[in-house]
Design a protein around this ligand. Structure first.
Ligand code: MYR
Length: 131
């Protein structure tokens, strides 16, 4: 289950990913140590997510398969949706500014939640532990 409180433990290739996203170096350095915590409450196909980091606090609701809007901490706006594929969440989002696609997955493996990201051929991971 995805339910619970998760805090960032480590990143893999996240700075390169952010660079591909066009995020400047100062912001990348800050974002690599953002102390991100996410809290997930799933009820059927509905999710309530709380996000807390050095940058911001926000809460959002989404339903699997239903398009919603999401803004990154730097203001980049995305539109897309999550789907559930067996035990894995698959997200397909598009940037509103340039139309390019960002894909993301979440899976719980052991005591870790692993989120992957892909943008324009660059992959990254953020790995969370239960908080
Ligand atoms: C959620 O389920 O937490 C909200 C929806 C997440 C949408 C996709 C997030 C992509 C985040 C990419 C971070 C990139 C920073 C350059």
């Amino acid at each position: 289950t995805y339910n619970g409180n998760w805090k960032i433990d480590r990143n893999d290739n996240y700075e390169k990913f952010m660079e591909k996203m066009g995020i400047n170096m100062v912001k990348r350095k800050l974002a690599a140590h953002d102390n991100l915590k996410i809290s997930i409450e799933q009820t059927g196909d509905k999710f309530h997510v709380k996000e807390n980091s050095n940058f911001r606090t926000l809460e959002l609701d989404f339903t699997l398969g239903v398009t919603f809007e999401y803004s990154l901490a730097d203001g980049t706006e995305l539109s897309g949706s999550w789907a559930m594929d067996a035990d894995m969440m698959n997200g397909i989002f598009n940037r509103k500014d340039n139309g390019k696609q960002l894909t993301t997955t979440r899976i719980v493996q052991g005591d870790e939640l692993i989120q992957t990201y892909n943008y324009e051929g660059v992959d990254a991971k953020r790995i969370f532990k239960r908080d």
